[in-house]
Design a protein around this ligand. Sequence first.
Ligand code: KG4
Ligand code: ZN
Length: 334
Amino acid sequence: MDDTYILAIESSCDETSVAIIKNGCEEIHTVVLSQMDIHATFGGVVPEVASRHHIENITMVLEQALMEANLTMDDITAIAITYGPGLIGSLLVGVQAAKTLAYIYDKPLVPVHHIAGHIYANNLVEPLEFPLIALVVSGGHTDLIYMKEDYSFERIGGTLDDAVGEAYDKAARVMNLPYPGGPRVDKLAATGEDTYPLPLPLDDDSYNFSFSGLKSAVINISHNEAQRGNEIRVADLATSFQNRVVEILTKKTMHALKSYHVKNLIVAGGVAANKGLRTHLEEVCKENGIHLCVPPIKYCTDNAAMIGAAGYFAYKKGRRGDLTLSAKATDKLH
Ligand code: KG4
Ligand code: ZN
């Protein structure tokens, strides 16, 4: 059988990325151009600024990816594109680039949901084993997904309010840590002590999460300390916050694995880079005979390699887009 080379484009937030992936599992080459430093000065991603930078960079990133991979468009089987969810102005740039390439070079266009990409980042590590539970933890999502086979997604629960990455970023702001807050809270959490009495959020039998109460508790502690003229012990607050997040994510994930009689767990999304979460899940999965797959850090945050991996399976399933394909700021995982 001929090899399938997917050229993938990801531009849903503040990374302009292009990758070439062989057969859904082999990363030939990836270029990620991050705008993080630009947005850091604003304390968060500014959508207008992000889309403008995507426009400036997309052609260069595309050319660089093909050149460094030593390939031409003739070698490419299909073009995979993140059509959503994400920032609409950012998504539009990638979608337009993908449609243009598909038209000019007469290649199939394969629309990929951003979260399917995060999930399939794990396929770049080892082939996914089914059935599995995917714990999706990113800046915009916190979901538990049941997959009985490739490209079949059943959402069994998720956050009722803030996504976990969003909670990290907001908690970090209260702690006066610069953007992006998640990795900084993670780093500090390793140095502090769990001394602040934060609640374990939505500790019930459902597969749902809620992080807005935990975030408010962090804000309240910081205000109370300020009113008393005390400094916040930032490292201790980071440790207390992270412990609660990790505990509830692990508890609900293990509950889902047990109830669905599933022995495979994968973790996906930017917060999968969290050291506390990775370490705790490793321990608990080992104790419970669960096979755990967590992507290396470079595949956790947004990149086109994961879109190329998912794009391969979407392509094999016959998913196609045409020149009417439009970007979607929100969409159900499918
Ligand atoms: O998946 P991602 O790159 O973008 C979205 O699709 O949302 O995730 C970004 C999120 C941000 O909220 C960032 O703070 C968080 O992932 N994040 C982390 C860590 N690394 C990234 N949160 C906690 N600990 C980390 N080490
Ligand atoms: Zn993402």
